[in-house]
Design a protein around this ligand. Structure first.
Ligand SMILES: Nc1ncnc2c1ncn2[C@@H]1O[C@H](COP(=O)(O)OP(=O)(O)OP(=O)(O)O)[C@@H](O)[C@H]1O
Ligand SMILES: [Mg+2]
Length: 685
């Protein structure tokens, strides 16, 4: 996807029509748009999302007032007024125009707008067609699930991975890498086929087959009911969490409760980190045992090996050379040890010759020495393992104690808050506690449901196996039975493929996030994308979880976005070369980011400004003058194909007119005019 042009008309702060050209030249992937507070940066980002998906980002207020206030006010009653956002882009050899528009006949001063309309046009070889189901087409080009990676607000970046975000991130990545197609086959298509065949076979097969198919059906229904319940539970968990957050926020805003609540928030954060640390330690413990645990049981065996080897060496039983001489002697004598004659050509003679040739003989001594060496190394390894396990246990204990302390402190704060002699505070605290209890309870129920589903899945596997193995007389039923077996096999193969591919994608993304992050962050923090696609940050490569600041969260988010777009691009390039279309999804995606520097320090801004343009082939950046100074501005400008200014026009008499310096030229930034609005102006470079 390659963005070409965005046209907005009477869209929120924009009065009349404004055009933003987006085509960039090679090596200069950036389009920079400067605007002061309220000029319309977030509005422009939303002009992209509204055109593509008909929605705004969460931070936009009064989302129903799409038409520019002035345009609405100017219109006579009964006249038609409209707002539009039109995005033109190129994708896989075709030109697309996406036009979203809302048109209303003015009947009152307040905007009462109908549903916006969408028109998508596709042009190939000069021929244009109206795309029938435009939204579906857009969904195929840039799925809405991916928009968090490609159209986003840098200030809100840190929320990308917290709370409910993680699951969405996993889904979005799966979409991007084409894994979700396999997932759908496993989840829907193949089981449906299997069910249909099973039902048909059951009718013909009778008896045992019928009984098994019925049992299978019953478990499947139970599982489906639990799945639905589990879904409902996770929705509830999110809803309860929102209530808890809202109450916490209100407590923070209350003068008397604020200090206690602040401490609690800090505690909760610490508690979360400690719990993660606890899990990590448990995992480390588990891994040490799984990989090296056996060493603990070799105690004694290794000493025996050493003693044996030493003994044989001392008794000179080992040197292989002597044994060779001994056999040579027997051959020359023509008699075996037991007195049997072994003349040349006899079976015994041949056997002895073979022995003599056997290279193993010469090896024996070396092998024994080797074994002896390994045995003594095992003793060292056992000592080290025990030491390590002891350390982990001590650390686990310490973390556990710390968790208990924090828990106790939290309970104490809750008690103190309850004691604050203000009705509001008590109510809020009660509410917070009520929903937090509900949340914890729902979490438990959710875990139980997941476990039940696993159990049922095992039961289903068992029933299917029995179904496949059941004896059937009817030939047609037998044929269907074999087909069920085939579908099950394919299903199993797809499951394996999904596992492998998911692990692969995770591994690659993990490596990339690490790379991009270390380019930007000055601390030795190491990000990790867990097998559940949760993004974590460690203080050092193998160390505990890092306590991250808002800015560090942002860098983490940026690294992730960068890694995702880098990877999508790489897959796309490979696809071009090898023509393996449909194998992977991938693709080139533009990045549109509002306030890319959010809370970042100047030092980080500098690194980010340098790294961003390397991540993707087109990057539209919306920022204010204060967000880009000195080196940051230099970096950005040197990567820019186009620069725009959102000139704020104000009607305020005493407002100071302002300019912004771009390429050593003063460009109007704030000017006076008849009414409040914004003008989008390109600055020639
Ligand atoms: N329907 C509308 N008509 C006129 N102005 C509107 C309309 N809807 C929103 N606005 C104005 O648009 C401005 C919001 O712009 P926006 O949020 O895009 O600013 P921004 O450049 O992102 O600012 P900041 O730097 O503070 O994030 C506000 O001043 C708001 O009053
Ligand atoms: Mg903004």
């Amino acid at each position: 996807m390659n963005l070409l042009k965005l046209t907005v008309e009477n869209f929120r702060v924009f009065h009349g029509r404004h055009v933003l050209k987006l085509d960039v030249t090679d090596g200069k992937p950036a389009v920079l748009i400067f605007g002061m507070n309220g000029a319309g940066k977030t509005t422009l980002l939303n002009a992209f999302t509204w055109a593509l998906y008909g929605t705004f980002t969460g931070d936009v207020e009064h989302q129903d007032r799409i038409i520019n206030d002035r345009a609405w006010a100017e219109a006579a009653f009964g006249a038609s007024v409209h707002a539009a956002s039109r995005l033109e882009f190129e994708h896989e050899g075709a030109l697309f125009t996406v036009l979203r528009e809302v048109r209303a006949v003015k009947a009152s001063e307040a905007q009462d707008l109908p549903r916006p309309t969408l028109a998508v046009t596709e042009t190939r070889h000069g021929e244009s067609i109206e795309v029938k189901n435009g939204q579906d087409r857009i969904e195929k080009i840039l799925p809405e699930g991916l928009r968090r990676f490609f159209l986003f607000n840098g200030e809100r970046m840190e929320r990308m991975f917290t709370g409910d975000g993680a699951g969405d991130v996993q889904d979005a990545i799966k979409t991007l890498m084409g894994l979700e197609i396999i997932e759908r086959a496993i989840g829907d298509h193949l089981p449906a086929a299997s069910r249909k065949l099973t039902a048909a076979a059951k009718k013909l097969g009778g008896g045992r087959l019928q009984q098994l198919a019925d049992a299978q059906e019953k478990v499947e229904q139970q599982k489906e009911a639990i799945r639905r319940e589990s879904l409902k539970l996770s929705e509830n968990i999110s809803a309860y969490k929102r209530e808890v957050d809202a109450a916490s926020k209100a407590l923070l805003e209350n003068g008397q409760a604020a200090p206690l609540q602040k401490r609690r928030v800090r505690l909760a954060k610490e508690l979360e980190q400690e719990k993660i640390r606890y899990q990590e330690l448990q995992e480390k413990h588990r891994r040490a045992l799984a990989e090296r645990g056996f060493i603990a049981f070799t105690s004694g065996v290794d000493q025996t090996v050493i003693d044996l080897a030493e003994g044989m060496r001392k008794r000179q039983e080992l040197p292989a050379g002597i044994q060779r001489d001994f056999i040579t002697g027997l051959l020359e004598d023509g008699y075996c040890m037991c007195g049997t004659p072994v003349p040349a050509g006899s079976a015994g003679h041949t056997a002895l010759l073979e022995r003599l040739e056997n290279a193993g003989l010469a090896d024996v001594q070396a092998r024994w020495m080797n074994l002896r060496g390994n045995a003594s190394r095992l003793i060292d390894a056992r000592k080290a393992l025990l030491e390590e396990l002891r350390e982990i246990s001590a650390e686990l204990q310490a973390v556990e104690a710390r968790i208990n302390d924090l828990d106790a402190e939290e309970t104490d704060i809750a008690r103190q808050l309850k004691g604050v002699d203000v009705v509001d505070v008590q109510k809020l605290e009660d509410r917070r506690k009520e929903y937090d209890d509900k949340r914890v309870e729902a979490l438990g129920a959710h875990r139980d449901a997941e476990r039940d589903m696993e159990r049922m899945e095992e039961e289903l596997t068992r029933l299917r196996r029995q179904f496949r193995a059941a004896k059937v007389e009817d030939a047609e039923a037998h044929r269907l039975q074999r087909q069920v077996a085939l579908v099950d096999e394919v299903l199993e193969a797809f499951r394996r493929i999904l596992d492998v591919r998911t692990a692969e994608v995770r591994g690659q993304l993990d490596a990339r996030v690490k790379g991009v992050f270390s380019r930007i962050c000055i601390k030795p923090f190491t990000p990790e994308l867990t097998p559940d696609f949760e993004l974590r940050l460690h203080a050092t490569a193998a160390g505990p979880a890092a306590i991250r600041s808002t800015g560090e969260n942002q860098i983490l988010g940026l690294s992730f976005v960068g890694a995702v777009s880098e990877m999508a691009k790489k897959i796309h390039d490979r696809k071009q070369k090898t023509d393996e279309a449909n194998l992977d999804e991938g693709g080139i995606y533009p990045v549109v980011m509002d306030a890319p520097f959010g809370n970042l320090d100047i030092e980080y801004q500098d690194q980010v400004a340098e790294s961003l343009p390397q991540l993707t082939s087109q990057i539209v950046t919306l920022l204010s003058q204060s967000q880009a100074r000195g080196r940051v501005l230099e970096h950005l400008q040197s990567a820019a194909s186009r620069v725009y200014v959102l000139r704020s026009v104000t009607s305020k008499e005493d407002a100071k007119e302002q300019t912004i310096t771009i390429n050593d030229r003063a460009v109007p930034y704030v000017t006076r005019g008849d009414f409040e609005h914004t003008v989008l102006e390109e600055v020639s470079l």
